[in-house]
Structures are given as structure tokens and as C-alpha cells.
Design a protein around this ligand. Sequence first.
Ligand SMILES: Nc1ncnc2c1ncn2[C@@H]1O[C@H](COP(=O)(O)OP(=O)(O)OP(=O)(O)O)[C@@H](O)[C@H]1O
Ligand SMILES: [Mg+2]
Length: 311
Amino acid sequence: MQANGGVGDQDKYRFTRVFGPGTPQESLYEETALPMVKGLFDGQNGLIFAYGPTNSGKTFTIQGDKGEKAGILPRSLSTVFNEVDERNANSQEDWTVWVTFMEIYNENVYDLLDVPPDKTKNEPRKVCKLKEHNGQVHIKGLRELQVRNLEEAKQVLRYGARHRQVAETMMNDVSSRSHSVFNIKLVPNRGSETDPTEPSQVYSKLAIVDLAGSERALKTKATGERLKEASNINVSLMNLGRCLEALRWNQINPNRVAHVVPFRHSKLTRIFQDHFLNASKMVMIVAANPNPSDFDEARQALTYGAIAKEI
Ligand SMILES: Nc1ncnc2c1ncn2[C@@H]1O[C@H](COP(=O)(O)OP(=O)(O)OP(=O)(O)O)[C@@H](O)[C@H]1O
Ligand SMILES: [Mg+2]
């Protein structure tokens, strides 16, 4: 990457794939998420992140728009139901699909599928507490919804996306102020005994994460609420970076005393602790804006993403 304006700075980064600005959503999906969605049917857990500066296209990548512009999330649901319908119809298999949709906003976890509080009564939003049991982090009160077909799944997605914290900033007029996490679980049907909250029943799961944008408060001219959001966003992204670095260090230094991975220092890393520790497949999509004025942010995002690539 070369900075314009005579800076002459040049860094090289290594990624599995690089996609240009005109890449159709379908191709991006097929080369990033599709293998992981298929892996669900082999019992392989997965984690997909969209990471990058504000206004670089993360939400567009994950959610997208109607028709051909649909992002990774609706496309993943479509693949899951094609596969489930085919398997349930043609064989002895009987799969159920469960989803959760949450956001982490100012270091609190909120259920995006919960009925929103009545603003006229000044009701606060219900915060979901994290509980740890047998090394598994459980999110108390998070709704697990069974979706029976693609249409139901898309309704759930639309409902949750509407309740996400979004605000207009200097950089992006639909800026995500929270990290959103959509979980898809594949659970064999046990009739009324089917329980997606019981880890031993879950055959596989995939989390699709649209991170809030990393940004510099100065650049977005953030003050008040926006500034508080920005610092919380940066703290959890920084901690995700620290966890990735520690995991990487432990991986390349197997004979030395392992570095402590600071999962517990932010909600984002705590809820993915079991994915990181139990060999889930991980894809990090790094979005970068080619605009020269966003050079520093793009460089920072690429450096961060390049660490993830090594793990
Ligand atoms: N590849 C693309 N094609 C067309 N429009 C795009 C593309 N990528 C992004 N956009 C548009 O650019 C704007 C910013 O993108 P988006 O909201 O996805 O950024 P973001 O990285 O999620 O930012 P934030 O961190 O602030 O949430 C949106 O209006 C989006 O629709
Ligand atoms: Mg966004």
C-alpha cells in the first residue's frame, strides 16, 4: 500500500485473499463465509469478524442491502436452510436451527431480539449478564429463537438490526456504535427436549460479528455520548488484538510459559473465549478505505488483521 501526498511510506501485509472495491457480494461470500457455513454440517464451529475503521464497509459486508447487495449474514442463512431442507427431506437427519442476536454497547450485552423498552415510560434496556459454568460463558436471558425457514430467519435479522445502536457521526451517517453478534446453531431435533442452551446438544455454531468501527475521536469530532462510545469501542477492539497476539505468541512458543490471554478484560472476548480455545475456524475480514485521508486508519486495521492471519 502506498500513501499519497509524498509520504512515501510503504508497508507490506500478507492476507489469504484481497478483494477490490468492485467485488460482488456473492464472490466475497463464496470465498470467505461459505466454507465455514458448509463446515457447520461437519460439526465445525466458526467465527467471522468484520473489522476496520469507521465508514469502511463492515456493516455493508455483513448485512448488505437488498437483492444482489445482500451481505454475508443473509447469504449464510440461505445456505443453512438450503442444506437443512435438503438433508431433512432426503435422509434420516432431523436438524433444527436456532439463532441469537445481540449487541455489545458500552461494554454491556443487550439482546437485539428482546422487545425494546417503552421509551414513554423511561424504561431502561435490559442488560444481559454473563455467567461462567464449566468453562463455558453463558449469556443470561438471551433469547434463543428457533427459525424454521429462511423467511423467518430474515425476519429475525431485520427485527434485530432495527434495534441496533446506530448514530450519525462526522464519518458515517449510519455508523454502528456497537459490536453486533449473530449466532447460528445447528441442533439435532429431540422434540420438546431440544435445548440450544445446552452445549452438549449443539452440533455446531457460527458467530457472525459486525464490529463497531475503530476510530480516532479527533477525526470524528466525537464529544459526549459519541466520545464515550468511541472509547468503549476502542478498548474492546484493543483487547481483542491483545488476545490474538497472546494466542499467536503461545502458538509459536509451545515450549515456553504460556502468556495469559486476557479474555476476561472485555465482553467481546469473553463471549468468544470458547471459540478461541476450542479450535473454531476464524475468518477476519478487514475493511479498509482507500481514501488517502484515511491512510493511518487503514494501515492500523491492516496491521491488526495481519496478526489474525498468523493464528
Ligand atoms: N462495497 C460497497 N458498495 C456500496 N456501498 C458501500 C460499500 N461499502 C460501504 N458502502 C456504503 O458506505 C457507507 C458506510 O459503510 P458501512 O456503514 O458499512 O461502514 P462501517 O464500516 O460499518 O462503519 P461504522 O464502523 O461507522 O459502522 C454505507 O452507506 C454503505 O452502504
Ligand atoms: Mg457499521
